[in-house]
Design a protein around this ligand. Structure first.
Ligand code: MG
Ligand code: MG
Length: 255
């Protein structure tokens, strides 16, 4: 069942979205060579709690951390750890919050120090494909229109789209209907109603689209160990153009 949100619900989702957006920017400032990824997680948990919210991922389905931190060939759901970030790493941070009974969810892939031109192109393409997906998320369109927009943009540039994980509706639960794949055919899939709130989150690989699951049951990494990027925003489906609830403006300010 796909929920259409009232403006009051959207206001609460927006508060969560702003907090995850600020958390991502604060974590991003701390992504430098020499930092352990588990220290980023500890910082994020404290920051979220200091703002009166609760980390949305901690304990979700048994996930044991506040952030998913997925470095280089890791696509999503990486565990924070004793790994020490090094110059040239690309670091995907996925952050969730719960506040006043609603969820927030956003992700951004950061460069650690100087990265290669090829890796920067992966990040740029993935971020731009997210915006293509958002452009397609208008009332009356279908989830396949979003997937087509993301997939065609990335595949035309030689990248591949992960199939096993998809975007989703969000509300009183982190993951609600509909599923929002990053691949698809125009005019297919679930029809999007005005005031539906969804997370669009392309996961884009430099090499093959196939992925493997870590022995820990969570971390997802590319089958060929080439790099992968992940960008995610929460948006409201509106007539004419989607409204972004999350924002990268706090991240951009730090650049
Ligand atoms: Mg997420
Ligand atoms: Mg998500």
């Amino acid at each position: 069942m796909i929920k259409v949100r009232t403006e009051e619900e959207i206001a609460l989702l927006r508060e969560n979205a702003i907090l995850v957006s600020k958390t991502l920017a604060e974590v991003g400032k701390r992504i430098v060579p020499g930092v352990k990824t588990k220290d980023l997680d500890a910082f994020a948990e404290e920051y979220i709690r200091d703002n009166g919210a609760v980390p949305g991922f901690l304990g979700y389905g048994g996930f044991p951390y506040s952030l998913c931190i997925s470095v280089n060939e890791y696509v999503v759901h990486g565990f924070p750890s004793d790994y020490v970030l090094k110059e040239g790493d690309i670091v995907s941070i996925d952050c969730g919050t719960v506040y006043k009974g609603y969820y927030g969810d956003s992700a951004y892939t950061f460069a650690c120090g100087e990265i290669s031109a090829a890796d920067q192109a992966l990040l740029d393409t993935t971020e731009q494909s997210l915006y293509k997906g958002i452009e397609a998320a208008v009332a009356g369109a279908r989830t396949g229109d979003i997937g087509y927009a993301v997939q065609s943009y990335c595949e035309q540039r030689g990248y591949s789209v992960v199939r096993e994980l998809v975007g989703h509706g969000i509300g009183r639960n982190m993951h609600e209907s509909p599923e929002v794949p990053n691949y698809g055919r125009r005019g297919h899939g679930v029809k999007l109603a005005e005031n539906t709130v969804i997370c669009i989150e392309p996961m884009i690989n430099q090499g093959v689209k196939e992925v493997y699951l870590d022995d820990n049951g969570w971390g997802v990494y590319t089958a060929d160990r080439k790099k992968s990027a992940h960008f995610e925003m929460t948006v409201v489906v509106r007539k004419g153009a989607a409204e972004r609830l999350t924002t990268y403006e706090f991240i951009e300010k730090n650049k």
